[in-house]
Design a protein around this ligand. Structure first.
Ligand code: C5P
Length: 232
């Protein structure tokens, strides 16, 4: 750990899974615990950075400005605001790709609209989804040809017939256009909610890969910041 190597730098980290509300009591969500993002924010602060953590998991962290959000659209607004003068953005959040098209302002009931004959309608409602923006891709687009901020994405991948975890990671790095991609292999008992993590760090334009772990999420965080500081 290179203590103080992020002094004078402003960094933004996102973490946790977004929650996309259906009605006042229900949401679509995912299993992201926010632990890796929290570790990234803590590590950056320990290395001297001014840190904004945009997260769906309410938390307090010494020396870190925490912005709590719920939905992907709120996360986007918070990230865009915090990124204006940032040197690096690390998108560790599990952003929902889709959200319900409609929000019901009152709780969706099990039996709804009464049919013509006076009986309750017991049919299940259909939930229509619409796409959320890809915030990482938007950050890359709005940066244009500038080299700042350094943009880091995360990818949870499983190997399959079409390629290995690493093949999918490389393809995603090119597609997303970010500078660094942290690839997690996911599957049974892996990553979500765990205290340890195993990742491969890829850099655009480089064949070099950095493998970390199984290691604490704090150690993974330091390896990510090492990759970022090389680009600052
Ligand atoms: O394409 P995929 O969802 O696997 O990409 C993951 C990366 O993209 C993560 O860094 C995540 O934070 C980011 N992402 C995003 N907006 C979305 C979906 C993912 O910024 N709507």
């Amino acid at each position: 750990v290179r203590r103080g190597d992020l002094a004078g730098r402003r960094v933004v980290v996102t973490s946790g899974g977004t929650r996309e509300p259906l009605d006042p009591v229900r949401f679509l969500g995912n299993r992201s615990s926010g632990k890796q993002g929290r570790a990234l924010a803590a590590a950056a602060a320990a290395r001297g950075a001014q840190v904004t953590l945009v997260t769906s998991v309410p938390t307090e962290l010494a020396g870190v400005d925490v912005v709590t959000i719920e939905t992907a659209l709120q996360l986007r607004d918070a990230v865009v605001a915090a990124t204006a003068d940032a040197d690096a953005v690390v998108m560790a959040a599990a952003v929902a790709d889709f959200r319900p098209a409609d929000y019901a302002p009152t709780k969706i009931k099990k039996s709804h609209d009464t049919a013509d004959d006076g009986s309750a309608d017991e049919s299940a409602p259909t939930i229509t989804l619409v796409r959320n923006p890809d915030i990482l891709a938007e950050l890359v687009t709005s940066r244009g040809s500038a080299t700042s901020p350094v943009i880091v994405g995360f990818a949870a991948e499983t190997g399959d017939d079409t390629g290995s975890v690493l093949d999918h990671g490389r393809a995603k790095l090119e597609r997303k256009g970010c500078d660094v991609l942290v690839v997690n292999e996911v599957g049974v008992d892996k990553t979500f909610g765990a205290d340890d993590n195993t990742v491969t760090i890829l850099r655009r334009g480089s064949d070099e890969t950095v493998e970390v772990g199984p290691a604490s999420k704090a150690a993974v965080a330091d390896a990510v910041w090492d990759a970022v500081t090389d680009l600052l």
